[in-house]
Design a protein. Structure first.
Lengths: 227, 182
C-alpha cells in the first residue's frame, strides 16, 4: 500500500481524510489523496465518515437562483446546437408543442436524420476529450464506415508506468463501457457503432486498465459530432 | 425514497431520463449554484462550474445509492469537489500533473444505512461538538468547508504563521473527532 503522505504526523490518516473533505489541501496533495482513495478502502471509509460528519454544514450554503444553463449542459452531453436533440431531450413542453403543431412526423424525421449520413461516404465523427483545466486533451476521430477510431493525445503527459489511460463509450443515458487503452500518444481502435451525440471519455486507471469494468477516475469527456 | 424526491429524480436520470434531469436541475440548481458561488466567489466561473457539475451528475447518477446518502448531500459533494479543485488549481497556480481534473470520484458520504437514519441526530451532535472548539478553530473549519479556504487563506484570515496553521487546524479537527466519537 502506498502512503504518499509520509510526512504527516501521528494519527495522520484520519486527519488527512478530514483535510481532504474540508478541501484545505494544496492540489498536489489533494490529487495524491484521490489516487490513494482508489485502492485503500479503509482510508476511503475514513473519508466517507468525515464527509458524513461535515455534511451537516451543507445547510449553511445559500440557495441562489441559477440562470437556466440546462440548454448548454444538454448541448455538452447530447450534442451541440442540435435542435433535434433538444426536441428529443425530454423537455416535454417543447416536444409536445411541436407534436401538437402537426410537426410530429417532421420532428421525428429530423431527430433520426441527425444520426444519418448522406448516401455515399459516411461522414467522420470527431470529439475533443479535454480535462477540465485543459492540462490533458485527446482528439478523437471516428469513421463510421470502418468503425476505426483514432485517438491522439494532443496535450498532457503519458500516464506513467503504474497507470494507463482508458477510453470509454457512453451512449446517452447509459453507463460507460470500456473501449481500450489510449496511453500511447496515438492509438487506432476498432469500436462498436457510434453516432453523433455519443460521449467518449478518458479515465486514469491502474496499469492494464480498469479492474472492475467501471472508470476509476474520469479525466475528461467529449461528445461526438459530425466533422 | 419517498422522503427524498431528489433521489427519485437521480434514479430516473441514471436510467437516461432527460425530463428527470430537467426536473433535477429545477429543483437543485439554486442550492448547487449557491455552493459554487460561495466557493468560487465569481459569477461567471460559478456558472461554468455549475454546467460541469450537472454534466458529472448525468454521467455519474448511476453511482448514487439512496440507501447510503441523501441526494442533496451527494450533489453538494460533487459540487464542492469540483469547485475546490478549480480554486486550488487557480490559487496554487500549479497545473495538476497528468492526472488532470478528477471527476466526481467521491466516496459515499455516509457508510451504512443506519448513518442515513441517524443523519438528524448526527447534525445535532456535530453542532454540539463544534461548540467545544475554540471559536477561531470552529470558524476556520467552517470557512474551509463552506468557502473553500486553503491553509494559506486560513493563515491570513486568522493571523497564524503559515508554517503552524496546519498543526493549528489539525488540533481542532482532532478535538472534533474525539468529541464525535465520545
Amino acid at each position: 500500500m502506498t502512503t504518499p503522505q509520509s510526512h504527516i504526523p501521528e494519527g495522520g490518516d484520519d486527519l488527512l481524510a478530514a483535510e481532504y473533505v474540508l478541501g484545505v489541501l494544496p492540489l498536489p496533495e489533494r490529487l495524491a489523496v484521490e489516487a490513494r482513495l482508489r485502492d485503500d478502502p479503509a482510508f476511503a471509509e475514513r473519508v466517507a465518515a468525515w464527509s458524513g460528519h461535515l455534511s451537516s454544514l451543507d445547510a449553511d450554503f445559500p440557495e441562489v437562483p441559477a440562470p437556466d444553463l440546462l440548454p448548454q449542459i444538454e448541448a455538452r452531453l447530447f450534442g451541440r446546437a442540435d435542435p433535434a436533440g433538444q426536441r428529443a431531450s425530454g423537455r416535454r413542453g417543447l416536444g409536445r408543442r411541436w407534436f401538437l403543431a402537426g410537426g410530429g412526423a417532421i420532428a421525428a424525421a429530423a431527430a433520426v436524420g441527425v444520426f444519418l449520413t448522406r448516401p455515399g461516404k459516411p461522414q467522420l465523427l470527431m470529439a475533443e476529450i479535454a480535462a477540465q483545466d485543459g492540462a490533458l486533451i485527446f482528439q478523437a476521430r471516428y469513421d463510421p464506415g470502418t468503425g476505426i477510431a483514432t485517438i491522439t493525445r494532443t496535450r498532457g503527459q503519458a500516464p506513467g508506468d503504474a497507470h494507463d489511460y482508458e477510453l470509454w463509450i457512453i451512449h446517452p443515458g447509459q453507463v460507460p463501457s470500456p473501449a481500450g487503452l489510449v496511453s500511447a500518444p496515438t492509438r487506432r481502435l476498432t469500436l462498436p457503432k457510434l453516432a453523433a451525440g455519443d460521449t467518449l471519455a478518458v479515465s486514469l486507471e491502474p496499469a492494464g486498465g480498469s479492474p472492475n469494468g467501471k472508470p476509476t477516475q474520469v479525466l475528461g469527456a467529449g461528445v461526438l459530432s459530425l466533422a | 425514497m419517498n422522503d427524498d424526491p431528489l433521489a427519485a429524480y437521480l434514479n430516473d436520470v441514471a436510467g437516461g431520463d432527460r425530463a428527470a434531469f430537467g426536473a433535477l436541475y429545477s429543483a437543485a440548481s439554486a442550492k448547487l449554484f449557491g455552493v459554487c458561488l460561495r466557493i468560487l466567489n465569481n459569477r461567471a466561473e460559478a456558472e461554468e462550474a455549475l454546467q460541469e457539475v450537472f454534466t458529472r451528475v448525468w454521467i455519474n447518477a448511476g453511482r448514487f445509492d439512496a440507501d447510503r446518502a441523501r441526494a442533496m448531500t451527494w450533489l453538494i459533494a460533487i459540487a464542492r469537489n469540483h469547485c475546490i479543485d478549480r480554486v486550488r488549481a487557480r490559487r496554487d497556480d500549479i497545473l495538476p500533473d497528468d492526472t488532470g481534473d478528477p471527476f466526481a470520484r467521491m466516496p459515499d458520504p455516509a457508510p451504512g444505512a443506519e448513518a442515513r437514519a441517524m443523519a438528524q441526530s448526527e447534525a445535532r451532535r456535530i453542532s454540539e461538538c463544534f461548540d467545544t472548539l475554540e471559536p477561531a478553530r470552529a470558524e476556520a473549519v467552517r470557512g474551509a468547508y463552506l468557502e473553500g479556504l486553503s491553509y494559506a487563506d486560513l493563515a491570513k484570515r486568522h493571523a497564524i504563521p503559515l508554517n503552524t496553521v496546519r498543526t493549528w487546524l489539525r488540533r481542532g479537527l482532532l478535538r472534533l473527532k474525539e468529541c464525535l466519537e465520545s
